[in-house]
Design a protein around this ligand. Structure first.
Ligand SMILES: Cc1cc2nc3c(=O)[nH]c(=O)nc-3n(C[C@H](O)[C@H](O)[C@H](O)COP(=O)(O)OP(=O)(O)OC[C@H]3O[C@@H](n4cnc5c(N)ncnc54)[C@H](O)[C@@H]3O)c2cc1C
Length: 368
């Protein structure tokens, strides 16, 4: 065998899994593109929040925080959630869900919401929630830290591989690429939106992954506006959000349009919806869009990531379905993958928080 573990996909998922596996053996990460962050990892909104996603996501997020804190990857931001008169029930639901988790998540007065985010239109919303501890993340720094540690541990990243194809070979796997064929007893599928495609080509049962396109734009704030200190503004039912981004405003219509795996591009309709929602909720005017992009957030049916050995393919491990949470869960996900691949169980801190390997395992998606 050429190596102990082959990880296919060099985004944040493959980088974190590869980094943790490199503590246990030789790792080879194979990335189709020239740059490992080219797809979804390089297109995120870079927000860390413990009040997002289901229970498993929240555990994986909280368990990732010590890594981010230790390396200084989080910066102050905060979130103000706003609800219109029609969204009363959604505000109540969010407050109820927020009780189960340690971060501060409290209803604030309209006056306080307007003090924090003076560009909100007072007539647009009736209630608001403040989450002061949500932070910005240095996504590039986090990704590079995983790749650097992987290399320091003797691992290797091969880019521009083209579409790597894994096939069972003897007691392990052979992975064909533009740079030749690599062999290992274990293959980790961290192919992002392409994870089901990769599995099918390998003869492995897919998990029903659905990539969903999400659009983002940046635009100039009005001259002289102190953008930098604003918290993120987020509709309580996630139909839009906006936050400061390098002196400009980043905004998204929070679209979730099912897509084939591809190099996602923004659709003009979604950009227009984004502008409309931002201009209705705030006094901002989108005069000049400086950048627009789209990325694929990939989900399975229960919106929980998939980590574990394929029941029909020994040595083929899943690390997929990170959805809209893949950056903020990446340290814990990397550790979960390494622990399951090398020992079949979750790391003790995740188990102590009540997460089980069965909740992440691909078997749960295959029905009875
Ligand atoms: C607009 C937007 C906002 C977001 N905001 C946030 C946020 O605020 N916080 C957060 O935590 N998350 C956020 N996310 C989600 C986060 O970006 C993703 O969950 C995460 O990047 C997924 O990482 P990944 O490594 O699985 O995917 P990717 O980064 O797409 O990596 C997969 C890689 O696999 C490679 N690959 C695929 N098939 C093959 C093959 N056959 N051979 C070789 N290589 C292959 C691809 O080239 C790709 O580079 C956001 C996403 C979007 C689009």
């Amino acid at each position: 065998m050429d190596t102990d573990f082959i990880v296919i996909g060099g985004g944040i998922a493959g980088a974190s899994a590869g980094c943790e596996l490199a503590a246990h053996g030789r790792v080879l990460v194979l990335e189709r593109e020239d740059a490992p962050g080219y797809h979804t990892t390089g297109r995120s909104a870079a927000l860390y929040t413990e009040n997002y996603g289901n229970r498993a996501i929240r555990i994986l997020t909280i368990a990732s925080k010590p890594f981010f804190d230790q390396h200084g990857f989080l910066g102050p931001r905060g979130v103000v959630f706003v609800g219109t008169a029609e969204q009363d029930a959604a505000i109540d639901r969010a407050l109820e869900e927020g009780k189960a988790f340690p971060q501060t998540f409290e209803e604030i007065s309209k006056a306080e919401a307007l003090r924090l985010l003076p560009i909100l239109r007072p007539e647009y919303f009736t209630r608001a929630i403040h989450e002061p501890d949500a932070t910005d993340m240095d996504v590039h720094g986090i990704h590079q830290a995983f790749l650097r540690t992987l290399r320091e541990r003797g691992g290797e990243v091969v880019t521009a591989t083209g579409d790597a194809v894994a096939r069972p070979s003897g007691s392990g796997w052979a992975v064909e690429t533009r740079h030749g064929t690599f062999r290992a007893p274990v293959v980790v599928n961290a192919a992002g939106a392409w994870a089901d495609r990769l599995a099918e080509a390998a003869g492995v049962r897919p998990i029903g992954l659905v990539p969903k396109r999400r659009t983002a734009i940046t635009f100039d704030a009005p001259a002289g506006t102190p953008v930098h200190g604003w918290p993120m503004g987020l509709d309580i039912e996630e139909t839009f959000y906006f936050k400061p981004e390098a002196g400009r405003v980043l905004a998204s219509p929070a679209d979730e349009t099912p897509s084939e795996p591809c190099d996602a591009q923004p659709d003009e309709y979604d950009v227009a919806v984004c502008v409309d929602r931002i201009e209705r909720a705030t006094t901002l005017e989108v005069r000049r869009i400086t950048h627009k992009w789209a990325g694929l957030r990939s989900f399975v049916a229960d919106k929980t990531p998939v980590v574990g050995e394929a029941p029909d393919a020994p040595g083929f491990f899943w690390c997929a379905g990170q959805g809209g949470y893949g950056i903020m869960t990446s340290p814990a996900m990397g550790r979960a993958v390494a622990a399951i691949v090398t020992g079949g169980a979750l790391p003790p801190d995740l188990a102590a928080m009540g997460l089980t390997a069965a909740e992440l395992a691909p078997q749960r998606l295959h029905g009875a």
